[in-house]
Design a protein around this ligand. Sequence first.
Ligand SMILES: CC(C)(COP(=O)([O-])OP(=O)(O)OC[C@H]1O[C@@H](n2cnc3c(N)ncnc32)[C@H](O)[C@@H]1OP(=O)(O)O)[C@@H](O)C(=O)NCCC(=O)NCCSC(=O)C[C@@H](O)C[N+](C)(C)C
Length: 264
Amino acid sequence: MRKYNTLQWENANGIAKITLNRPDAANSVNLEMAQELMHVAMVCDEDSSIRAVILTATGKMFCAGGDVPSFKAAGDDIGLLLKDVTACLHSANSRFARMTAPLIVAVNGTAAGAGFSLAVSGDIVVAADTAKFTMAYTGIGASPDGGSSVYLPKLIGLRRTQELMLTNRVLSAQEALDWGLLTKVVAADELVNETEALANKLANGPLLAHGQIKSLLLGSYSNSLETQLEIESRGIAKCISSPEGREGLLAFAEKRKPDFKSVS
Ligand SMILES: CC(C)(COP(=O)([O-])OP(=O)(O)OC[C@H]1O[C@@H](n2cnc3c(N)ncnc32)[C@H](O)[C@@H]1OP(=O)(O)O)[C@@H](O)C(=O)NCCC(=O)NCCSC(=O)C[C@@H](O)C[N+](C)(C)C
């Protein structure tokens, strides 16, 4: 198992947990963190024993976005550094979106810039009531990345996305929930328990069907109705005829709870 310097990594009972761990630097994304996120996302995508993934952070911030001091220190090489960091981060974004296991993001504090983008890329996003959200990119003269130009218009509409991106308006957790950016807001001291309960529920569910849901929703961003209908019909047939589907049908007939984990 690879050792990470900027992340904590746990993997047990079908649940992987990634914890951003640069609290003294606001958990900001430097090149090393982006590389480690790329690696850990690849592991989550390729290890079929992983049935749910939690992404969270240590300290009081979730992630303040790109590591601004290291951008400044790069001098004339800033363009190259940003391309490197973004390539790694975007590889992680893509793996998280396409992996079979659902991604639960537990936002423990402020999410800014790339941290905001990472936060809203989850399939389920739970935030502490103390969390805040701001795009922040234009504050340093940057434009958005991390998939936010895809996720935000879909989640909250174009008008609100324009406001967040152009004005860096700061949203409280409650406002982010009201806008449709989050699944749930909980008291800060309940975030860990709440997230673990959700991860357990998902890990005990049908992995293949969860992966199919993720893939269908991602496809809905760009596919035609007919294409989606075709993929839906192939997907449901594949899921229901899989060992998990058979277990679901058997459990229904036997009037018991399905044990998807034992058959996949
Ligand atoms: C996050 C924030 C809203 C929190 O406000 P706060 O009032 O709760 O906290 P604070 O006092 O402002 O900051 C606390 C500490 O956190 C540090 N900090 C804050 N943002 C940081 C950052 N982005 N990088 C490193 N340290 C950062 C501050 O310097 C400070 O350090 P200090 O205690 O030693 O003084 C506020 O700090 C802020 O606006 N920070 C800047 C955010 C920002 O510009 N982020 C970059 C946006 S662009 C971006 O994300 C590009 C990225 O996607 C590119 N890439 C993919 C290549 C990585």
